[in-house]
Design a protein around this ligand. Structure first.
Ligand code: GLN
Length: 473
């Protein structure tokens, strides 16, 4: 039996499974076949989970028992920094190469309870630092739309998995854009919730005040199905918000959208043209669009590249070969630390650890870290003011479509500019989604680009609502 994976969504797959058009095993086998065909070239999965057969059996049984839900039997890919007990979770780092998870992340547990079938761990930038997956210790992932180009990052493998039909949905993490940017570059939906919307328990930490786990999916509707299951309070993560937070009905028929006009000058012309087409469609559908100036957004990148490395340097300190990470022996303790970290970490991780320890060091902390925190407050206030009169801030997700391997990796600052539209949502903790807004042409390839909606703190449901409305246009 052959299932059309191109047009398949979670909703459709569930109908097929429920009607008995195909079994869980047949569905999963279709995906495994594509993985077998494409993984050597695309490098999407680092490894497959060892218990797929048992998961399939259990999911099928849920259909027999009548306990199946919309997610039962649906194949999912996991970013390699998300833990599932007994499976390798190495965050694409040499230092964790053979690390096997000793417990299961809350989000994974919640999806397991629904009978989701986890296929394997996807490639990423080491410890989620990057925008192209070129920082993986295990080679880059290729963009399924053009294999000479990056899939984005850091969750590049998870984004490519959905586009290449190697999973029906996937999970990633977003610290400064790592779900939304690769979703845009690979042409699918990527959602980052309000900070605390989803438990971080069982995610290998990068920047704890910024990290959120979230889904990649083929549609806004599928995204909502996943989010409804993974969201909400978790006793293992004190920063999670209680579910009642989202019980209020915040959705409207007509929304008010703000475009930070003075902030769009760096956007590539053909991407800007797609953006304007999307804006017109929203206006034609009756939503109000206002061109505004949001000076706070200018602080996004500078604040992010101080706060994030500070947190990275502290989170990565545990990989010393003693507490965590594979040890490279030395003749004394100091040498052992040095050899372990020099050989275990890649260049970008080292760069950020050094930057982070620098901005936190005595004498410099006030100059950099404290200033960044003050600016973060300013950004929060300015955006809160704006959200009194507007429901969403609208931008392209990225200034350009997928770029070629090596194009930006030699110049870290060039790479950091990829995040210009995405980092602010993490800094102030608001929800944001990237939706496909068509393709642009570049040297013979059609490359997807994304539209970003940033919502009010806690208005995740409204973000998904406008995304669904936009999708229908
Ligand atoms: N690209 C950004 C960075 O390099 C974002 C990473 C992320 O969200 N994990 O930090």
């Amino acid at each position: 039996m052959s299932i059309n994976l191109e047009t398949l969504t979670i909703t459709k797959a569930h109908k097929g499974l429920k009607a008995g058009d195909f079994s869980v095993k047949e569905l999963v086998d279709e995906y495994l076949l594509v993985i077998k065909e494409k993984n050597t070239e695309l490098n999407v999965y680092l490894n497959l989970h060892t218990d797929i057969d048992q998961q399939v059996e259990r999911a099928q049984q849920m259909f027999v028992d009548g306990t199946a839900t919309e997610l039962t039997g649906i194949p999912c890919a996991l970013k390699a920094n998300l833990m599932r007990k007994g499976q390798v979770a190495n965050a694409s780092s040499k230092i964790l190469e053979n690390y096997t998870a000793t417990y299961t992340a809350t989000v994974v547990k919640r999806l397991e309870d629904q009978g989701v079938v986890f296929l394997g761990a996807t490639n990423m930038d080491e410890f989620a630092m990057g925008s192209s997956t070129e920082n993986s210790a295990f080679g880059p992932t290729k963009n399924p739309h053009d294999t000479e180009r990056v899939p984005g990052g850091s969750s590049g493998g998870s984004a490519a998995a959905v586009s290449a039909h190697m999973a029906l949905f996937s999970l990633g993490t977003d610290t400064g854009g790592s779900i939304r940017q690769p979703a845009a570059l690979c042409g699918n939906v990527g959602f980052k919730t309000t900070y605390g919307g989803v438990s971080r328990y069982g995610a290998i930490a990068m920047g704890s005040s910024l990290d959120q786990i979230g889904p990649f999916a083929k549609s806004a509707q599928d995204t909502r199905i996943i989010w409804d299951v993974i969201k909400g309070q978790d006793k293992h993560d004190m920063t999670t918000l209680d579910t009642a937070r989202w019980d209020k009905d915040v959705t409207k028929q007509v929304y008010s959208l703000a475009i930070p006009n003075d902030f769009l000058h760096g956007v590539q012309p053909d991407v800007l043209a797609k953006f304007e087409t999307a804006v017109s469609k929203l206006e034609d559908a009756g939503h109000t669009v206002t061109r505004v100036s949001i000076p706070a957004l200018q602080y996004g990148l500078p604040v992010y590249y101080v706060v994030m490395p500070a947190e990275v340097s502290s989170n990565l300190a545990r990989y010393d070969g003693i507490r965590y990470g594979s040890k490279v022996p030395g003749s004394n303790l100091l040498e052992e630390y040095i050899s372990t970290k020099s050989q275990g970490f890649g260049a970008e991780s080292k760069r950020r650890i050094m930057l982070g320890t620098y901005v936190l060091s005595a004498g410099y902390a006030d100059k950099f870290y404290t200033q960044a925190l003050a600016l973060k407050e300013k950004m929060k206030q300015e955006l809160e003011e704006l959200y009194k009169t507007h429901d969403f801030v609208l931008t392209p997700t990225t200034p350009t479509p997928a770029f070629k391997f090596g194009e930006k990796s030699a110049d870290p600052l060039q790479m950091y500019l990829e995040d210009i539209f995405t980092v602010s949502a993490n800094i102030v903790g608001i929800p944001a989604i990237s939706m496909p807004m068509g393709t642009v042409e570049s040297s013979g390839s059609r490359l997807p680009v994304g539209l970003q909606f940033m919502g009010r703190y806690g208005d995740d449901s409204a973000v998904l609502d406008i995304a669904e409305k936009f999708e229908q246009l």
